[in-house]
Design a protein around this ligand. Structure first.
Ligand SMILES: *Cc1c(COP(=O)(O)O)cnc(C)c1O
Length: 462
């Protein structure tokens, strides 16, 4: 490595290690990424699977009766948020919230991937044992329940994936075991136990919980392990969300094409949910959709993995970070290598945010939009201003030749969790937010336009 490259690497690493909120542009982004037909087929299969199991979900969960079993969330107008942060539609485009915090049953984006994977396993078992008929009859028949009850579905999680997998598994009649990391919140454990799910608590981080689940499942032929770090079925389930969003944008009269760019901001943990959604959107909308992942400054695992440029795992611990953040759903030290490989030429970049910014965003969403989110789910709120008001963001816009098109743009902030959080916990979030941000916090102080320091652009490490 020449000395100049070595020092650029050192300064990039120092920025990451210093917990500075960053804007990293993905140099490997391609307008026309390599086609991956096998994965496209998996995503199509996932869409059909969710469709044919609507009746099953509606029968299992009364809260899904209204939507006939569809796992969908609304696309909400965010103009009050936009107004509060002084972003004006004539200049900054139209902002929306993709409200996965309100996804039925599981209350987070994890319902998409998680329900899909457990339904796929149930279908496979029914087929293998010759249980015939349409799913709505065969998967909830006494015969199927007796069969599924012989199997255990196991998962390791910081909380929300455990909630989604545990709830659907128990409802279908499986035994369910959820290995939880220290980050996991008590109410999530209590909710699972109340539905008959076994919760195993670990003192380690997310990776420890996943590994414990993997080990426990490996030794038991009647055990099925949902592998958040490397699951094709989770990824495909998340990717189906792209079709839903594209339909909703059309209904809202928002065009997406060369003159009308779409920007999407996705809170990111291990990478599965944002990765799947990004993959699906790039497949449907090509170069006209720009997906940014948003990670906590202490846990930027996808940034670290992608910026390393290599296929060898590199964790946030390897670069000197501690993976300690209030955003429990995003507290992941090592990104999924499977996901990083699939999105390496599709994702536009990664934005990192401090816990203070997350809590400022939480207050903002509560007061401007009347929506209660969990801290992890607020990560995307910082996205549009990071793009529109920082030097690194503007650099991205110029590189893609979009500077004259921003007034036509649509920005979608994906809000990924929070509707199941108990009221007392929301009150706790709010009091932490007030303490962190100051009692009379001028929320704009936490957003790029009013802060004088430009968010630094980050170079790759290699
Ligand atoms: C899990 C989670 C994410 C991110 O999903 P990953 O697949 O871990 O990247 C985002 N927001 C919330 C609320 C989550 O629970």
């Amino acid at each position: 490595m020449p000395p100049s490259a070595a020092s650029a690497r050192e300064s990039s690493l120092a920025l990451v290690k210093g917990r500075t909120p960053l804007f990293w542009l993905n140099e490997r982004w391609k307008a026309d990424p390599a086609k991956l037909p096998a994965i496209d087929a998996e995503v199509e299969a996932a869409a059909s699977r969710l469709l044919r199991n609507k009746g099953v979900l509606a029968a299992l969960f009364p809260e899904l009766a209204a939507t006939q079993g569809e796992i969908e969330s609304p696309l909400l107008c965010a103009n009050r948020l936009q107004h509060t942060v002084h972003a004006d539609a004539a200049q900054d485009g139209h902002w929306f919230l993709k409200a996965d915090h309100a996804l039925p049953v599981a209350g987070s984006v994890k319902a998409r991937g998680g329900f899909h994977e457990v339904l796929a396993f149930a279908e496979a078992l029914a087929a293998e044992h010759g249980i015939e008929g349409a799913n709505v009859v065969r998967l909830i028949s006494p015969e199927a329940r007796a069969l599924l009850a012989r199997y255990t579905v196991t998962v390791g999680s910081t909380g929300n994936l455990g909630l989604a997998i545990g709830l659907i598994s128990a409802a279908l009649g499986f035994k369910a075991v959820v290995h939880m990391s220290t980050d996991a919140k008590e109410w999530k454990k209590a909710r699972l136990r109340a539905r008959g799910v076994e919760v195993v608590e670990h003192t380690g981080d997310y990776a420890t919980a996943v590994e414990a689940g993997r080990q426990a499942a490996e030794s038991d032929p009647y055990s099925y392990f949902v592998d958040d770090e490397a699951s094709h079925l989770l990824f495909a389930g998340y990717a189906v969300a792209a079709q839903e969003l594209v339909g909703q944008l059309a209904e809202a009269g928002r065009t997406v094409d060369a003159e009308h760019p779409l920007f999407v901001y996705l809170p990111c943990g291990v990478g599965g949910a944002p990765g799947g959604i990004c993959y699906g959107l790039r497949t449907l909308l090509g170069e006209h959709v720009h997906c940014f992942f948003v990670e906590p400054v202490a846990s930027p695992c996808v940034l670290v993995q992608l910026a390393s440029g290599g296929a060898e795992p590199l964790s946030v611990y390897d670069v000197g970070l501690d993976n300690r953040t209030e955003a429990d759903g995003l507290a992941v030290g090592q990104a999924s290598l499977l996901v990083c490989e699939r999105i390496a030429d599709r994702v536009s970049g990664v934005i990192t945010v401090s816990d203070e910014q997350l809590y400022a965003a939480l207050l903002l969403m509560k007061h401007a939009q009347g929506i209660d989110l969990e801290p992890s789910a607020c990560a995307g709120v910082m996205g549009p201003l990071s793009l529109l008001r920082t030097a690194a963001g503007r650099d991205y816009v110029v590189r893609r030749g979009l500077q004259d098109k921003l007034h036509n743009a649509t920005h979608v902030i994906w809000t990924t969790g929070g509707s199941l959080v108990p009221p007392a916990e929301h009150e706790r979030f709010e009091s932490i937010a007030r303490r962190m941000c100051g009692p009379d916090a001028a929320l704009n102080d936490f957003f790029p336009p009013r802060s004088n320091h430009a968010t630094p652009a980050l170079r790759n490490f290699q």
